[in-house]
Design a protein around this ligand. Structure first.
Ligand code: NDP
Length: 283
């Protein structure tokens, strides 16, 4: 790759960042589209996030994806906040204007809906209630996206019920807070269940009575390491259709790329295959 004086720079900020798949996706799209651009990872010391972002207002970077643990703080550094980022109360995209102003957006929810369309064709978010497990930034963005897609009811199940109540209140009457203890009852008529907890990441599992869901319900896990999580294994064992977190990651990256580089990512490059190789190297 040759960098020139005109190279457009974008990247991803997080801590830790070494295992981020975003540079693999964006740089493959850049190469295939022949654009003069580069996408770099930035592992920022947690207390220095605001200082890092502020320094970039002077120019030089088109935009950044934001990942853990900075998605909430990214809202506070922005001059403009999109409606969906405000609803999610978190940003995964910052775009820098030439005058140094920063706009924040959240493409995670759009990525989630895209992943359902990609892996479970024909899935209709308007066909019934969905259950989202968790009440953090991921769950909030998912709830907002399903509401926007016309879902009649979103049930938020969270370990800490009070947190689910606060989130439900902020999102309005289309969202209900449920206790995990009532999952048996609350899963009976859902069209989808989405795991938006970090339970898997922490080495534990999420014990949920997925057998209570209708046989045609779709089960989704936002976690993608491993790609087939214990939660998805449970769903597959029950014969349910599934959607994985890697497809959501690709789905949120697509509009990010367009925001940074001014055009849609090219379809001909199989970024899922590249990401899978990075996740589960064959040699
Ligand atoms: P947060 O830290 O904001 O929220 C974590 C949630 O998980 C909270 O609701 C918490 O409940 C719950 N939780 C944690 N441990 C357990 C447990 N043992 N049992 C039950 N609930 C638990 O995280 P995010 O919302 O930002 O992210 C959640 C997950 O989604 C992460 O794995 C993240 O990597 C993934 N994600 C994936 C994306 C993708 O593109 N594939 C995009 C965004 C997120 P409590 O309130 O009780 O603490």
């Amino acid at each position: 790759m040759t960098l020139t004086g005109k190279t457009r720079l974008a990247g991803v900020v997080g801590q830790p960042i070494a295992h981020s798949l975003s540079p693999i996706l964006h740089n493959a799209w850049l190469k295939a589209s022949g654009l003069d651009g580069v996408y770099a990872p930035f592992g920022i010391a947690e207390p220095r996030f605001e200082a890092f972002i502020d320094g970039l207002r002077a120019g030089s970077i088109r935009g950044l994806n934001i990942t853990l643990p900075f998605k909430i703080r990214a809202l506070a550094v922005a001059d403009e906040i999109s409606h969906r980022a405000r609803l999610a109360q978190a940003a995964n995209v910052l775009v820098f204007a030439e005058d140094g102003r920063i706009s924040a957006d959240n493409t995670d929810g759009a990525g989630l809906i895209w992943a359902f369309g990609s892996q479970t064709p024909g899935f209709d978010p308007q066909a019934g209630p969905v259950a989202i497990i968790g009440a953090g930034g991921g769950a909030q963005g998912a709830a907002a996206a399903f509401l926007e897609a016309g879902c009649p009811k979103v049930r938020l199940f969270n370990r800490t019920l009070e947190k689910a109540k606060r989130v439900a209140e902020s999102l309005g009457e289309g969202v209900e807070a449920w206790s995990l203890a009532d999952a048996d009852q609350g899963l009976q008529d859902v069209i989808a269940v989405i795991n938006a907890t970090s339970a898997g990441l922490l080495g534990g599992g999420l014990a949920l009575p997925l057998e209570a869901t209708p046989v045609d319900a779709v089960i989704m896990d936002m976690t993608y390491k491993p790609l087939i999580t214990p939660f998805l294994t449970q769903a597959l064992g029950l014969g349910r259709r599934t959607v994985d977190g890697l497809e959501m990651l690709i789905g949120q990256a697509r509009p990010s790329f367009a925001a940074f580089f001014g055009r849609d990512p090219p379809d001909e490059v199989d970024v899922r295959h590249l990401a899978l190789n990075a996740l589960e190297p064959t040699s």
